[in-house]
Design a protein around this ligand. Structure first.
Ligand code: TA6
Length: 315
């Protein structure tokens, strides 16, 4: 079984603006919609679209949970969230104008997690996670989940011999690395913050990826946006480069990328298959309107156009 844990779920309120978003101007909304947000939720959407069994958990606020759970249900996701009574799940505002220069994302903090809710999540994980289950943690932890509590949650999965996939930043990522997760997926800025230095060249990134692989992390993945990703696995490092696509909404590309990785990892696919598919799927996300929309058909067509460069290793 695969579990996705979104500690800070979000409802994405997507605003489509006429022309280009401009200060000191009445920017007209030409359309608006709601979609799933919070990052690990996107992973569940990908898995469910591929008929891969998974359960989406984490925290939701009881006051508006129905909208998020309905959005997830419509995308075929089975949810089992810890509901915090009297709290409201946050909204992330995604603004897409007609400039074609990319989206704006404005995210709320989210409600503070009470200790009672934290304990309920720990109990849920202890009850369900079995050996070799994959548990994906992605998205920013909310107030009430400090680094120590975050570590305790991840340690609970490790103690149950679950496989950790972690997309986090700052001290949370540092803490996750100490537990030798199966896979980490920071972006380049989060990675540089993790190692405490700036990398300017791919070989500098490769050096640092090697150090983290030596610490026992099976897959060290750094997402580079349109430039693709660097992947370290079994002492080898590759650069996966997506084909150019007509961008509609870049929100959620990284999350769908993690979803593609998780799907193929769960099927024990070889490295190239995992990341060729995940790269193409993430690229297909950018061509879609929503935060969690992607196209398996477009991804299938794009897969063969993904470029793979061997960077270093025993190859
Ligand atoms: O990556 C896209 C996204 O999940 C949006 O859907 C929005 O909800 C935001 O990121 C949430 O990010 P955060 O890091 O605040 O959990």
């Amino acid at each position: 079984m695969i579990y996705t844990v979104t500690l800070n779920t979000a409802i994405d309120h997507i605003l489509y603006i006429s022309e280009e978003l401009t200060r000191k101007k009445n920017n007209r909304i030409r359309n608006q919609t709601y979609d799933i947000g919070g990052k690990a939720t996107h992973v569940s959407v990908v898995l469910s679209s591929l008929q891969i069994q998974n359960i989406a958990t984490g925290f939701v606020g009881s006051l508006n949970k129905d909208l998020l759970i309905e959005l997830m249900r419509k995308k075929g996701v089975h949810c089992d969230f810890v509901e915090q009574e009297g709290s409201k799940t946050r909204e992330s505002f995604i603004i897409i104008d007609e400039s074609g220069k990319g989206s704006y994302m404005i995210t709320d903090q989210g409600f503070e997690i009470k200790n009672e809710s934290y304990e309920k999540l720990l109990k849920k994980l202890k009850q369900f996670v079995k050996e070799k289950d994959i548990v994906v943690f992605a998205g920013s932890p909310p107030a009430g989940i400090d680094v120590d509590k975050y570590k305790k949650i991840l340690q609970t999965v490790k103690d149950l011999n679950g496989k950790l996939i972690v997309d986090a930043s700052g001290d949370y990522l540092k803490t996750a690395v100490e537990l030798s997760p199966t896979l980490i997926k920071p972006n380049e800025f989060e990675f540089q913050e993790l190692i405490g230095k700036n990398c300017h060249t791919i070989s500098e990134f490769a050096e640092e990826i090697q150090i983290l692989m030596n610490k026992g992390i099976q897959y060290v993945v750094i997402s580079l946006g349109k430039r693709g990703s660097l992947v370290g696995f079994q002492q080898e490092i590759y650069h996966f480069i997506p084909p150019k696509v007509k961008e509609v909404n870049d929100t959620g590309c990284g999350d769908v990328f993690v979803g593609g990785i998780t799907a193929k990892l769960s099927e024990n696919c070889p490295l190239e298959e995992i990341f060729r598919f995940a790269t193409a799927l993430g690229a297909s996300k950018a061509t879609q309107q929503g935060s969690s929309d992607f196209s398996l058909k477009i991804a299938k067509d794009l897969e063969k156009e993904v470029q793979i460069q061997f960077i270093r290793g025993v190859n």
